[in-house]
Design a protein around this ligand. Structure first.
Ligand code: NAI
Length: 331
């Protein structure tokens, strides 16, 4: 199969090439998929995309006209694909449903620990031979209450890790994960209760019409003073402007994010030597000392990259052999 890999990054190409072992003809393109770059897919049977690619209705229509039959996502989340359009136009779409929930949950914990124990500031001081400890006080995680919003694959691993730290677990999800209730004493709550009672809140729900701006000023106003919020799911689950207000008023003690509401067109690019970045929210967030941002790299472990590459090639193999992949989102 001829496959155009959009948004191909240096670090993932060796994993994809190794999983493919010359089976499909892969072409790697740095650019992201959009209605403008869809034209590059002329002559390809399939394309592969990541979270920064935009497969909206118009783009999918164009892909159909250009002869593309398959889209395989190198991600869990598929909020950037208009599945209804794909279904209507007969383009098959598949994702990588679970490449490593450990990679993401462990990154969420890394954000939490770095923020709480002020590791970045501590290291900055030490690198300048400043060994002053003032304003580096954190808190014990032991016996603190953590609210896990979304208790699926990643939320479950996060629950297990935080149980290991000695935290009390509150959960919010549309489905109860009884394993977490039985093994880790998780108590399911309304979202409002979870927000009101948690010292730490970690987000693990997909972005969809129900979770867009799920965390807003009403919920923030009910949270404990100094609450720590961690988001490794999707940026727009938080209303970022409301979060910035909460940080400024010190209602929110700290924010750790690997995803950002406006990350499309911003993340995965180097603006350090270019024209100044034209995005006020990220400028404001970057200016706050109690905010730690990573650029959507929670998935960046060897295990996750291997699984992403293998599942991507598996999805293509299934389509070539005319069998349905269990990872299909359009069946
Ligand atoms: P999952 O499907 O296993 O779990 C999601 C959970 O959210 C499910 O238990 C589901 O019932 C719940 N949920 C869905 N809609 C809800 C709603 N409206 N209200 C409450 N709960 C709701 O997914 P998984 O693997 O745990 O991934 C979660 C999200 O993490 C993905 O959708 C993706 O957006 C994000 N992610 C981020 C990565 C990163 O690199 N930062 C990498 C992988 C995933």
């Amino acid at each position: 199969m001829k496959v155009l890999v959009y948004s191909a990054r240096e670090f993932e190409i060796p994993y994809l090439e190794s999983a493919n072992s010359h089976k499909h003809k892969l072409t790697f393109l740095k650019e992201a998929l959009s209605s403008k770059t869809a034209i590059k897919a002329v002559g390809y049977d399939a394309i592969s995309i990541f979270s920064a690619d935009e497969a909206c209705f118009l783009t999918i229509e164009k892909l159909k006209d250009f002869g593309v039959k398959y889209i395989t996502l190198r991600s869990v989340g598929y909020d950037n694909v208009n599945l209804r359009a794909a279904l209507r136009l007969g383009i098959k779409v598949a994702n990588v449903p679970a490449y490593s929930p450990f990679a993401i949950a462990e990154h969420a914990v890394a954000l939490l620990l770095a923020l709480n124990r002020k590791l970045i500031e501590s290291n900055r001081r030490v690198s300048q031979f400043n060994f002053n400890l003032n304003q580096l006080v954190g808190f014990d995680l032991n016996e603190k209450t953590i609210g896990i919003i979304g208790t699926g694959r990643i939320g479950a691993v996060m629950s297990k890790i935080m149980h290991g730290f000695g935290c009390e677990l509150l959960g919010y999800d549309i489905e109860t994960n009884y394993e977490l209730v039985n093994k880790y004493n998780m108590t399911y709550n309304s979202l409002a209760n979870l927000c009101a009672e948690s010292d730490i809140i970690s987000i693990h729900v997909p972005l969809n019409e129900d979770t867009h701006h799920l965390i807003n000023e009403d919920l923030i106003s009910e949270m404990k003073d100094g609450v720590v919020i961690i988001n490794t799911a999707r940026g727009a689950v938080l209303n970022t402007n409301h979060i910035i207000d909460g940080l400024k008023s010190r209602k929110i003690g700290a924010l750790g994010i690997d995803v950002y509401e406006n990350e499309k067109g911003v993340f995965f690019k180097d603006y350090s030597l270019d024209v100044p970045i034209d995005d006020n929210m990220i400028i404001k967030l970057n200016a706050l000392p109690n905010v730690l941002i990573t650029g959507h790299h929670a998935f960046l472990t060897e295990e996750a990259l291997t699984n992403i590459a293998e599942t991507t090639i598996y999805n293509l193999n299934c389509w070539e052999q005319r069998i349905n992949s269990e990872n299909e989102l359009t069946s």
